[in-house]
Design a protein around this ligand. Structure first.
Ligand SMILES: [Mg+2]
Length: 290
């Protein structure tokens, strides 16, 4: 794809005409690899350290505040910004992700083959920044399995580059998304400083940028609150890393590896029906001609 940046390339070759669902939208962290690898915990520790050493927040307050802001604002970073803390986004992301135990992520040939066998468009939708997304996908050996990545920078473009762009190049989809986000800025409405899951606006923006029909899009995420918002945005939803359904989930997968066993009918079987229809219509035509 060559576009592990903050944009989605249109790839009409990947269109799966005739299928019930046209696109699969995947969360990345703890969805494409298991929570048990410990990256999530290590990331939280890094963020707590940033709050302590860079923002000089009282040590005894840091763990509680880190969690509460995450719950309230979608990410701790979004919460810190909302409280008025000023820091550089890239510096924060580098600190949060710079020392993660990435070596725990190994190439996942099973998931790779599974993804490559899926006929629909496949897009990542993550709150993480593009550097982390690129690193994770590279380590998992999945960097060429997705049409694009909708990440932190996609939904929160730097102010100086968030102007309208020439839409004739490969950035067309992103530019369209930015234009719409700018419209939101101009509107008389209160929106969080940072756009991220689980806010409904983040889902609506991702749906616009990916240019998908939410009713024909399947959304995979390990977070129950993201699943609830995804459902509110009109998506078909799959909770990953759970054997039981959560509110708003249409399906539950204990592992992303179980897609083929758990939900084959919504991904592959529409294709088969389409082929059967073609065969049938050919047969009918033959009868009529005879
Ligand atoms: Mg996740």
């Amino acid at each position: 794809m060559g576009s592990l940046g903050a944009y989605v390339e249109m790839d009409t070759d990947g269109e799966a005409n005739g299928l019930e669902y046209e696109c699969l939208l995947f969360d990345m962290d703890d969805t494409l690899y298991p929570l048990s690898l410990g990256l999530n915990l290590a990331c939280r520790k890094n963020i707590e350290e940033f709050m302590l050493h860079h923002l000089h927040i009282e040590e005894s307050q840091v763990p509680r505040m880190c969690l509460e802001l995450y719950r309230e604002y979608g990410t701790t970073m979004a919460g810190l910004k909302a409280l008025g803390y000023e820091f550089d986004d890239d510096e924060f992301h580098a600190f949060a992700h710079g020392r993660l135990p990435y070596e725990k992520l190994k190439p996942d040939a099973v998931l790779r083959n599974l993804l490559l066998s899926i006929p629909q468009r496949k897009i990542i939708f993550t709150n993480a920044d593009k550097v982390h997304a690129a690193e994770v996908l590279k380590r998992l050996g999945l960097e060429d399995c997705f049409e694009g990545v909708i990440c932190y920078e996609t939904l929160n473009p730097p102010v100086e580059t968030a102007n309208f762009k020439d839409t004739s190049d490969n950035d067309a989809v992103l530019a369209g998304g930015e234009a719409k986000l700018n419209d939101l800025n101009d509107a008389d409405r209160i929106r969080p400083l940072i756009l991220c899951k689980p806010s409904l606006e983040a889902f609506e923006a991702a749906i616009r940028i990916a240019n998908v029909d939410p009713k024909r899009t399947i959304f995979f995420d390990d977070s129950a609150r993201n699943i609830a918002s995804g459902k509110a945005a009109g998506l078909h939803t799959v909770i990953v890393g759970s054997s039981v359904l959560v509110p708003g989930a249409d399906h539950a997968l204990s592992s992303i590896h179980n897609i083929r066993e758990a939900i084959p009918q919504i991904i592959w079987e529409g294709e088969r029906e389409q082929q059967e229809q073609i065969i049938q219509s050919t047969a009918v035509a033959t009868v009529v001609l005879a």
